[in-house]
Design a protein. Structure first.
Lengths: 115, 110
């Protein structure tokens, strides 16, 4: 079974530039999550999708971050414009349908450096 | 925001030692508590503890949940250098999301 795919693996940009990350979840997984993990911290949820609908985006800085999952499969996360404090690893995760969705499968992440 | 607090933040041991990692959480409407291992980038799932399963074991790793005292521990016996990683504790949120602690960085020296 293929895992969660993410690209790119690394990205370096200057502040005020824009960047986009892509995630393809495990086939059949209805729920998709984007997490931000700053160095030395645990992952923090940015947005959660159920199929192509948003379940929770309460911690997404909506003035600069956006995310979509148009067809309910893969997803993109965009930052525009980037700030220095956005430097982090962006993790995508998915979970299968069911009553206990907490067993999430993570992708390899994208390490973003904003200079 | 409900917190998940892990301790210690870092730990250095020698191969063969036994370690205990701690996780406490502040929530009354408990759903589940999970442990993940993060070596490079992606956290990998270890255990999920719920009301119906408060003790789990897999090889040298085991975990218990104390719902009354709101904490969990992860035990690793006979540690190996391959156990070196960050161990993350997370509790299940109301929408199926995970709320993570900062993690415990474990270093196992040969």
């Amino acid at each position: 079974e293929a895992g969660v795919a993410q690209s790119p693996r690394y990205k370096i940009i200057e502040k005020r530039q824009s960047v986009a990350f892509w995630c393809n979840p495990i086939s059949g997984h209805a729920t998709l999550y984007w997490y931000q993990q700053i160095l030395g911290q645990g992952p923090k949820l940015l947005i959660q999708f159920q199929n192509n609908g948003v379940v929770d985006d309460s911690q997404l800085p909506k003035d600069r971050f956006s995310a979509e999952r148009l067809k309910g499969v893969d997803s993109t996360l965009k930052i525009q414009p980037a700030k220095l404090e956005d430097s982090a690893v962006y993790l995508c995760a998915s979970s299968p349908p069911g009553l206990e969705p907490y067993e999430q499968y993570f992708g390899p992440g994208t390490r973003l450096t904003v200079t | 925001e409900d917190k998940v607090v892990q301790s210690p933040l870092s730990l250095v041991v020698h191969e063969g030692d036994t370690v205990t990692l701690n996780c406490s959480y502040e929530v009354t409407n408990f759903r589940s508590l999970l442990w993940y291992k993060q070596e490079k980038k992606a956290p990998t799932f270890l255990f999920m503890l719920t009301s119906s399963g408060i003790e789990k074991k897999s090889g040298r790793l085991s975990s218990i949940l104390d719902k009354k005292e709101l904490f969990s521990i992860l035990n690793i016996t006979a540690t190996q250098t391959g156990d070196s990683a960050v161990y993350l504790c997370a509790r299940g949120g109301s929408q199926g999301n995970l709320i993570f602690g900062k993690g415990t960085k474990l270093s196992v020296k040969p």
